[in-house]
Design a protein around this ligand. Sequence first.
Ligand SMILES: [Mn+2]
Length: 367
Amino acid sequence: VAEKSTQPSEGRSRIERLRFSFSDLGIDALVVSNLPDILYLCGFSGSAGLLLVEHSRSTLFTDSRYTFQARAEVSEARVSIVKHGPLAAVGSALRAMRGRTRVGYAASHLTVEQKKLLEGYSGGRVRWVPDGNVVAKLRCVKDAGELSRMKGAALAISEVFGTTLPLIRPGVTELDLAAEIEYAMRQQGASGPAFETIVASGPRTAWAHARPTAKPFSKNELVLIDCGAILHAYCSDLTRTVFLGRPPKKVRKMYQAVLDAQEAAKQAIRPGVKAGDVDRAARVALKLYGMAAFFTHSLGHGLGLEVHEMPRLGRGVGTLLQEGMVITVEPGVYIEGLGGIRIEDDVVVTANGAVDLTTASREFFEL
Ligand SMILES: [Mn+2]
């Protein structure tokens, strides 16, 4: 649950910074419908509502389930408790605005049906303009308060990995371990997992996003764990791969290749570098092992209030990294029938390059 202190304690408010982009977008108002965007802008952590940001005021429209919560959480916006749904309320607020109005909307989040309803409620004078993911762009650079929360979330998941590692032994199932991991997250103070915990073993580790099953671990196989925790509203994301027994030479080589690729990518990270160039650094390192073809997804993604945020780190992505971005670095190699290895850390981009937030050991554990 977010507290009021998700807001920066000094400087311009997030809503004020958002308004700076109104002239670039050519809009007079913005309807914010993505809940994490609403949380980011005004502190509201409820599960229903719309935030209307105008030049001189902002209004959170939500319903009576959230009367007290909104009162406690929301700063920077007035709260309007609505009877007939926030879409109708935003629509009539827009209808009341004078003259022709250009209004931004979240094309990546609003459904076709919600957009139609909004159009109906607001009347013909509103011109609708896609918002160009303007809030996502603000969110990708974290302030000091956010960075300290993200450090906490990363530390918690690293501790979870350390405490659950001894539970990995033959006979324990993927589902058993996933349950233990999520229980340990709560014990670390997490409000919950940032996504469905991935535990895969044996050849199933080649499925990059395998769901845990009732399959028991057995001797001489890989176990891949990808888990994240939400702490004070911010996400962490950690992947480690271990081996039950003594890994064969080929598997050792795979692990070393992925570790080298991750290190090469981390070394390439600094402000002003293209996200695509960091992705390429990992692929170049894998090529030296003849394993580039087995790296079948992108290198990483932004992390914050959501587990997947801007920027994406993938082939040819031109986004320039900036100081204060938090990103995952997660190369992997996946060989059908044999298995997969992925190593993932969360890092913050600083003037001096990447700094790890996750602290779990990257040693190839033989259990
Ligand atoms: Mn990830």
